[in-house]
Write a protein that binds this ligand. Sequence first.
Ligand SMILES: Nc1ncnc2c1ncn2[C@@H]1O[C@H](COP(=O)(O)OP(=O)(O)OP(=O)(O)O)[C@@H](O)[C@H]1O
Ligand SMILES: [Mg+2]
Length: 752
Amino acid sequence: MDSIDGKFQGSEPSPRTPYGGGDGTPRTPLDIRIMAVLAAARFHGFELDRDDMRVAKGESPPPAAFVRWLQNAGLWARATQMKWRQLVSMSDSRPVVLFLKDGSAAVMVRADASRNLVWLKDPSSSFDSDPVAVDELRLSQAWAGTVLLLRPERGLAQEDQPFNVQWVINLVLMEKKLLRDIIIGSVTLAVLTIFPPLIIMTVVDRVVTHRSWSTLTMVAGLLVAATFYEMVISWCRRMQILFVATRLDAKLGLYTFRRLLGLPIDFFERMPAGQIMHALNETSKIKQFLTGRMLSTALDFITLLIIIPVLFILNPMLTWVIIACSACILMIILAFMPPYRRLYRKYIEAEIAKGVTLVETIHGIRTVKSLAMEQTQKDEWDKRTAAAGEANLAAQKLANWPATLVAPFEAVMTRFVILIGAAMILSDGTGSVGTLFAFMMLSGRVAQPLVSLSKLIEDLEEQRTAVGYAASILNSRPETTNPSAGLRPRFDGAVSFNKVEFTYPGSRTKALDGVSFDIPPGTMLGLVGRSGSGKSTITRLLQGINRDYEGFVKIDGMDLREINLTHLRRSFGVVLQDNFLFRGTIRENILGGRPGLTLTDAVRAARLAGAEEFIERMPMGYETFIEEGSPNLSGGQRQRLAIARALIHDPRILILDEATSALDPESEALVNANIKRIAHGRTMVIVSHRLSSIMDCHQIMVMDRGKVVDIGTHDELVERCAIYRHLWMQQNRHIDAALERNAAAAALMQGN
Ligand SMILES: Nc1ncnc2c1ncn2[C@@H]1O[C@H](COP(=O)(O)OP(=O)(O)OP(=O)(O)O)[C@@H](O)[C@H]1O
Ligand SMILES: [Mg+2]
């Protein structure tokens, strides 16, 4: 607090090390700026993660970077310039972050326009300290006008609602301003459409009959003006629709991807990728519908509301004929709806099955090729394609019926009315020829919206199905309901399991059964055991991938469930047997998009992982591009890159799950030799079938069928654990054999 006082008391901005951190480290202006934003977000109940703030070392991030940081955490944020006058008249009680000239920041907690004062808090002092009152002159010395405004996102409620038809409608309704403009444009257009027919009526009835040149000139002028207006307004309306479509598309896309990333891993393990892709593609269908047919039908409907009264004025009798025909059309379509719906659903299911086969084949193409399974996959595909084709044919055949049956009614509406009208003129002289023309032209405009309205109902059905499929994915339970909740401690790396029991969903046997062990910080635990004994499951629980276990998993004495999930995973480095490398350069892959890291860090990590040697031999070194599936790298190289990637952020706990299994003995020896260096100051959990990789661990845990059989050092286990000894013998038979041979040879030599 006194520091902020100091800052605004002196006429010069104070030199920059005013704040000593609680832990004794001096705080930089940037630290203070970040703390100010953290404090302001905390006011709204948002606990931001500092690691999400992407700051390159030695760089001061622009205000936009803070805005992005807040927005990603679900807040509404804006950085803008303000004058003192505006600042002091901000009457609401929300804190505003003022970015100061020296790179730090202060939090404005109150403003009083009548006293011409604002109250500032120093973000680095304790939160309940009193704010300092500052006037215009003092503030202007430190502040150049940049402010950061933030509040909880109003749309957040919408974002967290389950995905359904109502959700989609709300999304559209959120575009109030654009929709209003579109409606105004449409009403104007609808009014304008009435003009030409009325003008033609005038031409036929007045100009031609009375041979009036002056009326013709006037009518021509009107027609030109109306055409021009129509042109301008329809241009505007199309632009507005385009805006709405683009915004909806972006919103839907962001929403679905965010939801998808929030789903737990076991969801992806259960659901075939093809099915997920299909369901998400459905959302683009929804968007097309909303901005295509639904919007245009709604607009047509407006036209209808304006034209029908005019029609009644022109000729009530004919108007009734039109309405009757429309009703018949509607009924026909509604009658065919239920069977069509059934067939359409079948068709969609067949399409999904087709998609699943396709994605599976592409993903497993190496296996397909190497086992020469092309024919099997082709047969499967043929079968699925045929099924989808048949289902589609059935649905479309049915849809052909209503299309055929409505044709006569459409014909009556558009063509036969003129005959009826003519008959009416002939029999009792009601109406004029001009009226008849005008009526013809306008009634053409009625038929079309009505027919498209009924088609809309048909489409709505498809949309309901589409929304249903997308919802089946998007409404699955996310991993955490509140990503910003939970503790974010700095880990030492002590891990303990206490009577942990865990069964995978849908499985009957326990994957872990009463597992208890302790790993002191900075030590190595080796895990061995037969396939399926639960080794990987232990590492999964540790990373918070599966969270419904019984018993306790603790890190540094803290229950795992209390820890913020993102923070937890960021504290780990994980290397699996099969690691996915993203498209991009080697450097990008090692850095993994982590903020503030440079090539030097990548080189350091690569050296530690034993990857430096082959990277430097690559044609472009660290800038070598890795394609999808990394075909230009060998298994061992890929593995060492993955280890480097896991080490890049210097994790406190490193998990290697069969990380060296795919390596040739030479690279394995290289990595093993590095493991000691890697392990320095870290807790390590190493799962391996090769005992040579874990021999040197401080503790080795032997597992069998989800239970801990024994735990001890290598020497102890060889002594007392039968399973371990057996494994050891198996893997060292060649050594024993060699020893025996040597002994025999020696005996022979001696015998000689
Ligand atoms: N995602 C999953 N869903 C359902 N059951 C699973 C899942 N993963 C593993 N299991 C089951 O849990 C048990 C333990 O599997 P786990 O992967 O932990 O074994 P492991 O010791 O790592 O084996 P391996 O040495 O083959 O990797 C196995 O019986 C397996 O069938
Ligand atoms: Mg495993």
